[in-house]
Design a protein. Structure first.
Length: 392
């Protein structure tokens, strides 16, 4: 209603938030694509899931910040956060906790809490689950000692008397949960929130940014929006423009330290990120190998050459052709994306060496698909989509 045009919601899930954020960051910067940026933007580049950061966006408005909280069973022996921490300190590895997958928001929140309490990361065993709902069920069933998640996620179980909140990881108590003390009140200087905000691709012209930001800010501060957020258990926290960007800068630094402490900085399953020069490097190596083969062939014995005469300039022309094609390919990738550029590059290269157009095109499709699988699936590297935002 405020924007004055239909808004189509596109859910891009997967990759621990990387796929959706990548699609938003690489969209055409024309003010037509708004991304709901989330907490993962502060952590996934630290864990080598994606290279995206908040710097890839023009940050419009932060709309919420849901603090993490620690929950135990109602009849659990711990009546305060300090008692729970003391058990973890005296009996390391005994307590089991969950709330989300390894490396997720609530896992990092509890790691930061342990760091602030001077506990090693393995003092508490983290049991990965796909979200807080199954974790809370496991806690109620007695299979876990604690769950870290937002207050809203566990509110029904707290209200029913099944669970009790030991602490909320925020600067101040939450208005809807006034009886839950903060970690700071209990001597642990730590806050952890799962923030959400609206952002558009970096480089969007100012004439698009200003009206969008004003509209989003008007919506975020409206009574209707606040009522909706409260009804659904979200903590409204509005920041705009440079204030929002400054907050994201602080978040980026905070989670850098936590990820390092957790040992996640090389990736959750090891360092599979080959770096930004991997693809051009592979192509250059291929070019060097091809050039070496041509050089060796030119130095064959005279009798071998006499029995199979070849135009003296043939190999030089081939090498020059490959070099020019490689340069054109590297230049084309940022414009046309990996898919279109690779198909053209490989097709022309294979055709140059005598294959039919049909065979060259088929070979290009196979090679492009193999490289895509290698980088996107194995290395978890998002390949360029170019200015046109091609999906492949």
């Amino acid at each position: 209603k405020e924007i004055g045009k239909p808004v189509v919601v596109v859910n891009r899930t997967g990759g621990a938030g990387a796929i959706g954020h990548f699609a938003g960051a690489k969209a055409k910067p024309d003010g037509q694509t708004i991304t709901m940026a989330t907490f993962e933007l502060s952590t996934m580049h630290r864990m080598r899931i994606s290279r995206l950061t908040f710097e890839d966006f023009d940050c419009l408005v932060q709309v919420s910040a849901d603090p993490a909280a620690l929950f135990v069973q109602q009849h659990a022996p711990w009546k305060s956060l300090s008692q729970f921490i003391e058990t973890a300190r005296t009996s390391p590895g005994r307590l089991k906790m969950s709330g989300t997958a390894t490396g997720g928001a609530w896992d990092l929140a509890r790691i930061g809490l342990q760091r602030a309490a001077d506990l090693p990361v393995d003092a508490v065993i983290w049991v990965p689950h796909q979200g807080s709902a199954p974790s809370l069920i496991e806690l109620i069933g007695g299979h876990l000692d604690a769950v870290c998640c937002s207050l809203a996620e566990a509110a029904p179980q707290v209200a029913s008397g099944n669970l009790r909140a030991l602490a909320v990881m925020s600067d101040d108590r939450i208005a809807d949960f006034p009886d839950v003390p903060t970690a700071k009140e209990q001597g642990i200087d730590w806050t952890a929130v799962a923030w959400r905000g609206l952002a558009i691709p970096d480089g969007t012209p100012p004439e698009f940014v200003a009206p969008l930001q004003a509209t989003c800010l008007k919506i975020a501060t409206s009574n209707e929006f606040r009522s909706f957020m409260k009804k659904n258990g979200f903590v409204v926290n509005v920041r705009a423009g440079e204030e929002f960007r400054s907050y994201l800068r602080q978040q980026d630094e905070q989670w850098r330290e936590v990820v390092h402490f957790a040992g996640y900085e090389k990736g959750l399953t090891g360092n599979h990120d080959p770096g930004p020069l991997a693809l051009p490097g592979m192509l250059c190596i291929g070019l060097i190998i091809s050039g070496s083969i041509e050089w060796v062939r030119r130095r064959r014995p005279i009798d071998a050459i006499a029995s199979n005469p070849v135009d003296p300039g043939f190999h030089t022309r081939n090498f020059t052709y490959m070099l020019v094609a490689l340069i054109a390919y590297v230049v084309a990738i940022p414009v046309f994306g990996f898919g279109a550029s690779t198909l053209c590059f490989v097709t022309l290269l294979v055709r140059r060496f005598g294959a039919s157009w049909r065979a060259a095109a088929a070979g290009a499709i196979v090679i492009a698909f193999i490289v895509w699988i290698l980088f996107v699936v194995s290395f978890r590297v998002q390949l360029p989509t170019g200015r046109f935002g091609l999906p492949f």
